[in-house]
Design a protein around this ligand. Structure first.
Ligand code: SAM
Ligand code: SF4
Length: 341
């Protein structure tokens, strides 16, 4: 099934708090070739493949959201590059770049498959990608990811840069694991012309470890970095939740994503769709809206657009993440790999 027949008029997505939704993150699989300790439990149960939306269905969902004002689309997962034939989806979606429907098509990846796909990603009009990397130490990398090969990720990053993709590095700061390594990561990333964005761990899903044993507030990391580097605030935003600092000594940019210590919900412009077609209008709440049923109910998008409007109208004001000794249950039951961050 391709585009809807006689598409009904679509109204822009503005929620009850006046926030305009222009950014869609689409998780195309909940599976991954790693098991990062803060993201998944070791024995994760994945969805049956038959439950996944087809590429045609994902494409139709994206087209509906673009019609309703989405300008930036990020593919994520799980690991987006492990879904079979992923480039055929990206090629389909890239038409929205050519038509001007989208300003940006991008993805977040763990980098393991980049050597294989970097050139094709560039050919699809992708200009920059986010690669998640929490340490430059091969043993620590294996410990964080439970079996990952750091060399392969670094080779993937090189392949991406050689193909002309701009790469941003995302690092979750973890107590006793990489909190001492941030200056090294910063010097390395900036030395290669890449922005480094630090992320606070979020209490999503049961990962078999207390979050208090993982969590480091970025206010603390920033204070430590300020003893070594000259940091100045930048006004610019990338359309996501990060705030940016200029690091005078390296000339590079440092992003901070601080869901725990600094709530950024008042300017949230994002919604997320899972690989089974569930719309989450807030990363940090259990709200969910099934889009698969209206999508499959008719070739016309009317039911789908109505369901989207209802969900946007109910978008929560913000998240209520808590990490402390008293609350050892996750604030949100689903794992990050369901929505992809
Ligand atoms: N597999 C891809 C990757 O790792 O980049 C895409 C999906 S992954 C879920 C997206 C981002 O979420 C990664 O940067 C990852 O480090 C981050 N992440 C996963 N679980 C998290 C958690 N509990 N708190 C904060 N960030 C998390
Ligand atoms: Fe996989 Fe990304 Fe989660 Fe790590 S953070 S387990 S790479 S989905």
């Amino acid at each position: 099934m391709g585009a809807a027949l006689n598409p009904p008029a679509a109204t822009p997505m503005i929620d009850r708090f006046g926030r305009s939704i222009s950014y869609l993150r689409l998780s195309i699989t909940d599976r991954c070739d790693l098991r990062c300790v803060y993201c998944m439990s070791e024995d994760m149960t994945f969805l049956p493949r038959a439950d996944l939306l087809t590429y045609e269905e994902l494409d139709r969902l994206c087209a509906a959201f673009i019609q309703k004002g989405v300008r930036k689309l990020r593919l994520t997962g799980g690991e987006p590059l492990v879904r079979r034939n992923v480039m055929s989806l990206l090629r389909l979606l890239s038409r929205h770049l050519h038509s001007g429907g989208l300003d940006e098509l991008t993805l977040t990846t763990n980098g393991l498959q980049l050597q294989r796909y970097a050139a094709e990603l560039r050919d699809c009009g992708i200009q920059r990608i986010n690669v998640s990397l929490d340490t430059l130490d091969p043993d620590k990398f294996r410990a964080v990811t439970r079996w990952g090969d750091l060399g392969r990720v670094l080779a993937g990053i090189t392949a991406a840069r050689d193909a002309g993709l701009a790469v941003k590095i995302n690092t979750v700061v973890l107590k006793d694991l990489n909190e001492d390594e941030i200056p090294r990561l910063l010097d390395w990333a900036h030395g290669h012309g890449m922005t480094l964005t630090l992320i606070e761990v979020m209490p999503m899903g049961d990962v078999g470890t207390g979050r208090i044993d993982q969590y480091v507030p970025l206010s603390l990391v920033r204070n430590r970095l300020a003893q070594r580097y000259t940091l100045s605030e930048l006004d610019e935003r990338s359309g996501g939740p990060a705030r940016y600092l200029r690091v005078q000594e390296t000339g590079g940019k440092l992003g901070l994503i601080t869901p725990m210590t600094h709530n950024f919900c008042e300017s949230c412009n994002r919604v997320r769709i899972t690989c089974t077609g569930t719309l989450h209008t807030c990363l940090g709440q259990d709200d969910a809206c099934d889009l698969r049923s209206p999508l499959r109910a008719s070739a016309d998008d009317r039911l789908l657009l109505e369901a989207i409007d209802r969900a946007i109208d109910a978008k929560p004001k913000g998240h209520d993440f808590i990490i402390d000794r008293r609350s050892d249950r996750p604030s949100v039951g689903r794992h990050m790999s369901v929505t992809g961050g």
